[in-house]
Design a protein around this ligand. Structure first.
Ligand code: GMT
Length: 373
């Protein structure tokens, strides 16, 4: 197949999933065309069967806001005929799904199917704002295929947009479990020297991630278990996080590592991963952590309980339940046998449920189903 993938290229779950899916499809001999304003950050080298098409953003004195969405729709429409696309896979509804729809309408004569994958915030935070509500609903309904990254998001989408049960299919996110595994670094990391346990959090530092709770949970754990906190990623709440770390006198224990392209070495030295978000449609980082045998303590919210199994691959508590999460963290870090068991379960769960082979089979089958109908 010739497959166009429309995604955000920046640091973030939806772009990661789109890029990894493209790589896997290219390995299966499909031709994959990424379309965005810059190459996705995980597309860091030459891959056979993968092409990148940059959307040039027009500037003109009249345009106070450069019309990126129109340029994107135009680029997709060009590719429909030039590359004979069979599938356009839009990751994140806004604006990718609508741009794909417009491109398809422009090239009416072409037989191309549009698949929209919903990642969560496109529906729960952005899509339900009045400025976007109608077009989000329209572009989702107009898609030939719709997928959601968890059952929870699927149900929320059906309800929010009043769709028929069979319109949205759940296809979970995945990781390449041959790449994501606990690995000894070639050179030991100084961060991991000493007896301290390593606790890790990765995110875009937005409100929904509850960064202050990450720090408060760590502060409580650190009173009982000597430990360090690695904060990976960046975003609007970074300053607030730094202030709280200073207020709690934890500056020598908390490391702000910023955005990291390769998180495997850091997960490989981690003993515990924290994801106390207000909500997550899926929580891809928790799968990446579990693949590297890191138990996860997370919020019992959104799609997380489908991903992290309470008392099996980690522990869940209501969002905001800082003390409870810290108590579980201490228990886990003090009990070597329990930690070993949960770490082992976590890896096994990811390999059986969220491996690239399983999930990419599902996307591939869905594409063929849409094409053949
Ligand atoms: O807020 C984020 O974490 C970024 C956002 C994105 O689009 O990159 O993440 C969403 O999509 C990810 C990939 O499907 C999911 O793993 C995240 O759970 C989801 N974020 C939220 O639901 C808050």
């Amino acid at each position: 197949m010739n497959i166009g993938i429309i995604c955000y290229p920046s640091y973030g779950g939806s772009g990661v999933v789109a890029t990894e899916l493209g790589k896997q499809l290219a390995n299966r001999d499909h031709k994959v065309h990424f379309v965005s304003y810059e190459p996705p950050f995980r597309l860091d080298q030459y891959y056979e069967n993968i092409y990148f098409h940059e959307v040039e953003i027009p500037s003109y004195p009249l345009f106070k806001y450069p019309p990126y969405s129109l340029a994107l729709a135009n680029k997709i429409s060009e590719l429909i005929s030039e590359e004979e696309l069979d599938i356009i896979h839009a990751h994140y509804a806004i604006p990718h799904s609508l741009c794909s729809y417009i491109a398809k309408e422009v090239k009416k004569e072409a037989d191309v199917k549009v698949v929209t994958t919903l990642h969560g915030t496109d529906i729960t935070l952005v899509g339900n704002q009045s400025s976007f509500e109608n077009i989000t609903k329209f572009s989702i309904e107009a898609s030939d295929g719709i997928t959601a990254v968890s059952e929870n998001l699927r149900e929320e989408t059906l309800e929010a947009f009043d769709l028929a049960e069979d319109r949205v299919r759940t296809i979970y996110n995945f990781v390449d479990t041959r790449e994501y595994m606990r690995t000894e670094p070639e050179e030991p990391l100084k961060l991991a020297s000493g007896e301290d346990k390593i606790i890790t959090h990765i995110s875009n530092f937005r409100d929904v991630k509850n960064i202050p709770d990450v720090i408060k949970i760590f502060a409580l754990i650190n009173k009982e278990v000597s430990s360090k906190l690695l904060l990976i990623g960046d975003g609007p709440n970074r300053h607030q996080a730094k202030d709280l770390v200073a207020k709690l006198n934890l500056e020598d224990k908390v490391y702000f590592l910023g955005k990291q392209d390769n998180i495997i070495p850091l997960l490989s030295i981690s003993d515990l991963f924290l994801l106390p978000s207000q909500k997550e449609s899926f929580g891809l980082v928790s799968v990446e952590a579990m693949a590297c045998k890191v138990p996860v303590i997370a919020s019992d919210a959104g799609g997380i309980p489908e991903v992290v199994l309470n008392e099996v691959t980690g522990f869940l508590a209501k969002p905001g339940a800082v003390k409870e999460m810290a108590k579980k963290g201490v228990e886990l870090l003090k009990n070597e046998e329990m930690h070993h068991e949960i770490a082992k379960n976590a890896r096994h769960w990811v390999v059986t449920k969220f491996s690239a082979e399983n999930i990419v089979d599902k996307y591939e089958a869905y594409y063929y189903e849409l094409i053949n109908n």
